[in-house]
Design a protein around this ligand. Structure first.
Ligand code: NAD
Length: 299
């Protein structure tokens, strides 16, 4: 194995440490405690785990955590009314509605209802537009985490050839915008891309955000390239009653033979996502109060 294994777990802990230090400084200097409200509709088990983890880490960095759990059959109007209350609440600096929402609720309407200044997920159309035009936005957490890992590894990304596999609104597209912002030459590949392995082979940076277990193999990778694996896929369990293994979109064993650096799954991009949510909440609080942007936590 030749690749450096990028330790996202350790880097996320460092980011949370930086957030905690800046939260403490904000409290001491201005008497302001950032607050993050997380809204969960229904009882999806994976969403419950995420929400619990977000609440715990929010408190650990010294912020206030507000959890709102609504029944699965909550009418859309009730959810929108809650969002309106959170928008108006000065103690709430960040609002996150855990996705997916139940089918009877219009996700686009919900995302549009969140005050863009408190939209710590960066999914509001205003933030999408600000990011696309190179202005100060709230940046979606997972791509922001990937960018932080890449900057930490390489310093400047200027002039590097990047291939993003996946064109979703929450990962692929914002990732491409961020890489353009850092002066990479960016290709966005997707399910209709022809000769995908050839496209990927020209990349200095590969970001895989597909949702297909171990799709990207070592023979797709230019020797020495950096490979960021966003995918989280659970394989079928080997025996009944057991939990299937978690794997990424990258075949770690073969890619690690060729790449210069690669993120593992778990322990790569995943932990960075919540760390960046906390970073975004701090950024939103600073902006709302006319304070300086937090250092090293925004783009
Ligand atoms: P999505 O389903 O919205 O998008 C997948 C994209 O992959 C699409 O744009 C599609 O065109 C492309 N695609 C599908 N099949 C392809 C193929 N054969 N070749 C090339 N491209 C193909 O998914 P998403 O929300 O962007 O998530 C992608 C993966 O990242 C999932 O595994 C998801 O669980 C994971 N994820 C992880 C985190 C994290 O915190 N680590 C956050 C979000 C998503």
């Amino acid at each position: 194995m030749s690749a450096t294994i990028i330790d996202g777990k350790a880097f996320a802990a460092e980011v949370r440490g930086r957030v905690a230090a800046q939260v403490a400084a904000m409290k001491a200097a201005h008497g302001i405690t950032p607050g993050l409200a997380v809204v969960l509709v229904g009882e999806d088990p994976a969403s419950q785990v995420y929400v619990r983890s977000k609440g715990k880490q929010t408190v650990e960095v010294g912020m206030n955590s507000f959890e709102h759990k609504l029944d699965a059959d909550t009418p859309e109007a009730e959810l929108l009314a809650l969002i309106a209350r959170l928008n108006a609440d000065p103690a709430v600096n960040g609002i996150l509605v855990q996705l997916p929402v139940p089918d009877h609720i219009d996700e686009a309407k919900v995302l549009a209802a969140i005050d863009p200044a408190k939209d710590v997920d960066g999914f509001h159309i205003s933030n999408v537009g600000l990011l696309a035009t190179g202005q100060k936005a709230m940046v979606p957490c997972t791509p922001l985490g990937c960018l932080m890992l890449l900057r930490d590894l390489h310093g400047s990304l200027s002039g590097m050839e990047a291939v993003v596999i996946g064109r979703s609104n929450i990962v692929g597209k914002p990732m491409a915008q961020l890489l353009i912002g850092d002066s990479c030459t960016v290709t966005v590949a997707h399910s209709r891309t022809k000769d995908l392995p050839d496209v990927v082979r020209r990349a200095d940076i590969v970001v895989a955000a597909v949702g297909r277990p171990e799709m990207v193999t070592g023979d797709w990778i230019k020797p020495g390239a950096t490979v960021i694996d966003v995918g989280i896929n659970r394989l079928p369990p080997a025996e009944e009653g057991a939990k299937g293994k978690l794997v990424g979109d990258v075949d770690f064993a073969s890619v690690a033979q060729v790449a210069g650096a690669v993120t593992p799954v778990p322990g790569g991009v995943g932990p960075m996502t919540i760390a960046c949510l906390l970073a975004n909440t701090l950024t939103a609080t600073a902006r709302a109060n006319g304070l300086a942007e937090p250092e090293g936590l925004t783009v």
